[in-house]
Design a protein around this ligand. Structure first.
Ligand code: T3D
Length: 266
């Protein structure tokens, strides 16, 4: 376990869990937290023992967005601040070569809502909720909310959520496609770890390429997607994971995609 003052981190069974650790502020984000989280994510990306990253929150909140006690006198414009903190964080998550699970244990508000939406997989506790809280303080949704939300719920519902800043609870979030699973509060951490380990057993190289393909397709044309699929499929097909998957199928056994990271063909 490593611990800065604002992020607690541990690795178990290939799953790196990064816990936002300002529970008395519902894990509201100050600069230290944003920069530390981004650095932890980059380190996890470079660590071949890590196959899946989980971002979650300590205490009863996931992340209450920008720490509103930390905005005055910071010597930066809003634009400079977003470009220095939130935007590199969201880009790092979306560009990470490994699946990122946002494990939303409690309220996610403002940029915390954007963070909750930014994962490749979004798992929620039953008592979790999401608030596009920006308009409560007369700000514009940022940290990717304007990109993620309309793609999930359409323009009109996204606008309504942003304009009224009403709380979306877990059952509605599941129905709206804001999360993939909802788990009971009292087993949430174990359920997240079990899900993450299931993901960690999948072919890591193929999932990395899949993430790249989907990210490119989200902003491209069908023609571009077909070209990108053809390019990435060659990289997947040339990799040992593909050989292992096909051999396992023929031999009627489960594929073994988790190899010793020190093996020469890893
Ligand atoms: O570059 C830039 O700065 C622009 C970027 C902007 C990005 C943004 O995220 S803007 C949006 C900022 N976030 C918010 O406006 C949300 C503010 N918080 C709330 O609306 C509510 O706290 C919640 C709906 C999230 C939760 O409500 P509730 O009733 O469950 O909890 P609470 O009592 O309001 O909060 C508990 C404590 O956390 C409380 O402290 P206290 O009174 O016990 O000492 C509260 O002040 C603190 N807290 C909650 N959110 C924040 C916060 N402290 C600082 N900043 C916060 N964002």
């Amino acid at each position: 376990m490593t611990r800065t003052s604002v992020i607690a981190a541990h690795t178990r069974a290939g799953v790196r869990t990064l816990t936002l650790n300002r529970p008395d502020r519902l894990n509201a984000a100050n600069d230290e937290l944003l920069l530390a989280l981004t650095a932890e994510l980059r380190a996890a990306d470079a660590d071949s023992a890590v196959r899946v990253v989980v971002i979650t929150g300590a205490g009863r909140g996931f992340c209450a967005g920008q720490d509103l006690g930390d905005v005055s006198g910071r010597g930066m414009t809003f634009t400079e601040h977003l470009n220095a903190t939130y935007n590199p964080l969201i880009r790092t998550i979306r560009g990470l070569g490994k699946p990122v699970i946002t494990a939303v244990n409690g309220v996610a508000a403002g940029a915390g809502a954007s963070l909750a939406l930014s994962g490749d997989i979004r798992l929620w506790a039953q008592s979790a909720s999401l608030i596009e809280a920006f308009s409560n303080i007369a700000l514009v949704p940022d940290s990717g909310s304007t990109w993620f939300l309309p793609r999930l719920v359409g323009y009109h519902r996204a606008f309504e959520m942003m304009a009224l800043a009403e709380r979306v609870r877990a059952d509605d979030a599941l129905r709206l496609g804001l999360c993939e699973q909802v788990y009971p509060d009292n087993t949430f951490a174990q359920d997240v770890q079990a899900y993450a380990e299931r993901l960690a057993a999948r072919p890591a190289h193929a999932l990395n390429l899949t993430k790249q393909a989907l990210n490119a397709a989200m902003t491209g044309t069908l023609d571009q997607a077909l070209d990108e699929e053809a390019r990435l499929q060659q990289l997947a097909g040339d990799h040992w994971e593909h050989e292992e998957g096909v051999s396992a199928f023929k031999e009627k056994r489960p594929a073994q995609f988790m190899r010793d990271v020190n093996s020469p063909d890893h």
